[in-house]
Design a protein around this ligand. Sequence first.
Ligand code: NAD
Length: 494
Amino acid sequence: MTLENLSFTRQSTQQLTAVPVSVAYGDGIGPEIMEASLRVLAAAGARLDIEEVSLGEQVYLAGHGAGIPPESWDSLRRTKVFYKAPITTPQGGGFKSLNVTVRKSLGLFANVRPCRGLAPAIATKHPDMDLVIIRENEEDLYAGIEHRQTDDVYQCLKLITRPGCEKIVRYAFDYARAHGRRKVSCFTKDNIMKLTDGLFHRVFDEVRTEYPEIESDHWIVDIGAARLATVPEQFDVVVMPNLYGDILSDVALELTGSVGLGASSNIGAHGAMFEAIHGSAPTLAGQDKANPTGLLIAGAMMLDHVGQGDVAARVRNAWLRTLEDGVHTADVHGEASVGPAVGTRAFADAVIARLGEEPRRFKPVRASSAVVPVYAPKPAPKADKQMVGVDVFVHFDGTTDALVQRVEAAAGNPLLRLQMITNRGVKVWPNGLPETSCTDHWRCRFICREGACFNRVMMLELLRHLHYAGVDFVKTEGLYTFDGEPGFSLGQGQ
Ligand code: NAD
């Protein structure tokens, strides 16, 4: 990127001042692909008033652990529209993922990732694939709540909420409705995670009844992922919890030909962020080789979002025509390419030269005025919550029998009983198997006896006894029923 190009881009968009947008040029290939994308958007007539914000590697290294300084937050909160190039997260401890921080802090709960085959222009085994992955963006294992509890054991908390599930599942159905899509599929692992993924599935089943015109189905994520990777054309809109969506959208985009093609939007009630799905590709940085498509098409998604669907359609049509004409960057260069691979800048020039033209083989894109509403979940009615016991997690180096002896003797209270002990979720007492391999991390479940009540005072008393018996408890989880239904898993996973 040259400074000359930069000032051209910024001036030309500012002369057409309309929608304020925060722009981050990012790290690695970020500045090159952002410069190329902004040049195309400006030439297409985008009316953007750009506020450049600093974030990323240099900001991390300057001591901001989240990679973003306060003045950049101010800009994001003011403009509410963020166009972001990929950034590099420095290796090593202490640096939080900027993407996760921005998505969660601004409440950008829906990550929308279109994955479309572009054959014959770009070789893919799945020319007919045209699906959209809608990934939940704020919850799941991305809470960043991790602990080391014993010598052997580390844990990461997976948080799934009813309002979070409702927002994303409704967004997926509303997206399908607004964009004329026929089907919504849901992927979870609720055969194992019956409470967390089970809630996601249950909410999906509740919400789908309100959209009778849209087909819907549920897949266990392992077989769903296998199908997505082998027959992606069978899917249309796919909604998933955060981690599965993160992984499977990369898989789906790779099937289209290159991760360099992937664009995404992150949508919330108070703002939106638009970015490529790939990272900062440091090994390509500064070489004018990266494919700017992901960020460019994210820019088109941003134009749709700010009501400039006509400009977005012009950009998409010129881009499709460029691909059809065989003008390809190295990552997608192949049989359909005409001439050698072009660089980032030349690709952007080729798109600009075709603005106003339409593709011949691909269906031309028409301006979209689709608006997907953002649902605000209503507070759920309060359940009758009763405490019935406690799981005490213990750091213990010894045998199951030795642990049983120690905790049973310590429990003390006749109203309580030790119901079971598990190790890594596998029951080892009573009736454990000698073959089960155990770590130094045990879960002792205490439950009140039939007819008795449990409360926090009893729990504190129990912990006091355990402490004086030398039991190193590292965590407790209260066991509650909600309207009589157990709010805890009863057995071991499959
Ligand atoms: P990456 O996406 O940067 O690269 C993966 C592979 O894809 C590499 O071979 C790369 O050369 C290629 N590639 C990526 N974008 C391309 C493009 N536009 N054109 C052509 N080829 C392209 O993933 P990584 O190497 O795992 O991560 C590099 C850095 O990016 C890390 O610091 C990571 O934390 C960061 N990252 C940032 C984001 C983001 O800001 N949204 C997302 C993912 C990774």
